[in-house]
Design a protein around this ligand. Structure first.
Ligand code: AHR
Length: 328
């Protein structure tokens, strides 16, 4: 089967022009060999991302309706994603799946995909509203809602404070989860009778190194005395910051309360160890749902513009019981 014969071919070789493998227009959505799908993934910046890539690859591999998934790791660079999409167009894949690293800058390449008659599905992150006609559907998280959950917990937890000092560790600048997690969080804080000061807000680019570096600089210039809460837009940045906090002689989870978003095993373990206080789940395991969407979209079926994945949030009393359930 085509899927098996292509499985071991490196991405680079595929990008150089395996034109023959694309189903193209003539095969439509579901030729006898199955669908060829191009997936431009963000990168490998976090445990969340690795779990998401595994989920998509495993689901494609197990699905007889999919002949081949051409996977490109764009190393968090939009140019590499644009290059990958252009190669998918040249190869006439049946469907393009894009997890856009940032929200803007997609108009030209997605217009090219549209003109080539190749439908685009967004997986995980979204793009700016002005371009929403250029993709068929998005599957992923409601990042604004994730931010609201973090905000709701904050308002309840610090209700008795005269004012609450907050430090925010943002994700990649211009990315949907960074923009939306911030928007949802402050929508709740600003909508309540709640006094806070955003003492600083810096990007750690969704990486542990980034989170640690921001925290080290912050502690060395300000100390932590006027900070009650660290709101980290993902686990890696939160865990990196925890390391910096401990190295500076403070107790994370006690001297400063910490919220993280994702909910990896490592994140929950830090919670069980008393080093953080609230976890907002972001669910990366949607490969099966994505494959169903790919087939529907290739067949020209009507699909919802947005398919949210199911997500929860967890407080300290739930960390221990939830840890064994974590999938990544
Ligand atoms: O887009 C989802 C976000 O991307 C996850 O929260 C983060 O860990 C990843 O890098």
């Amino acid at each position: 089967m085509l899927k098996k014969t292509l499985a071991g071919i490196a991405t680079g070789a595929l990008l150089l022009g395996a034109a023959a493998c694309g189903g193209g227009d003539d095969e439509g959505g579901g030729g006898s060999d199955g669908l060829v799908v191009g997936f431009a993934q963000v990168g490998a910046e976090s445990a969340w991302r690795t779990a998401n890539s595994d989920s998509v690859r495993d689901s494609a591999d197990a699905d007889d309706r999919i002949a081949d998934l051409q996977f490109v790791d764009a190393q968090q660079q939009q140019e590499k994603q644009i290059e990958a999409i252009r190669n998918f167009i040249t190869q006439k894949v049946d469907v393009i799946v894009l997890a856009p690293v940032v929200e803007t800058g997609w108009t030209d390449v997605l217009t090219d995909a549209e003109q080539a008659g190749i439908p685009v599905i967004l997986a995980d992150r979204g793009i700016e509203e002005a371009d929403e006609d250029l993709y068929v559907t998005r599957i992923g998280s409601d990042f604004v809602e994730e931010g609201r959950k973090a905000g709701t917990w904050t308002v309840e937890e610090f209700a008795e404070n005269e004012t609450t000092g907050i430090l925010q560790l943002e994700g990649t600048v211009g990315s949907a989860p960074a923009n939306d997690r911030e928007a949802g969080f402050f929508e709740i804080l600003d909508g309540e009778d709640f006094s806070y000061e955003l003492v600083d807000s810096q990007s750690g680019d969704f990486t542990a190194e980034g989170g640690k570096a921001v925290m080290e600089t912050f502690i060395s210039t300000h100390g932590l005395e006027d900070i009650d809460l660290l709101y980290a837009h993902n686990d890696e940045m939160g865990l990196g910051a925890i390391q910096a906090i401990e190295e500076a002689g403070y107790e994370p989870g006690t001297d400063i309360q910490i919220i993280i978003v994702d909910g990896s095993k490592a994140g929950f373990q830090a919670g069980v160890d008393g080093k953080l206080n609230y976890i907002v789940e972001c669910n990366p395991v949607f490969g099966d749902q994505l494959m169903d969407l790919v087939v529907q979209v290739a067949d020209g079926a009507d699909v919802e513009k947005f398919t949210p994945v199911v997500e929860d949030a967890f407080g300290v009393d739930e960390f221990e019981a939830e840890l064994p359930n974590r999938q990544f």
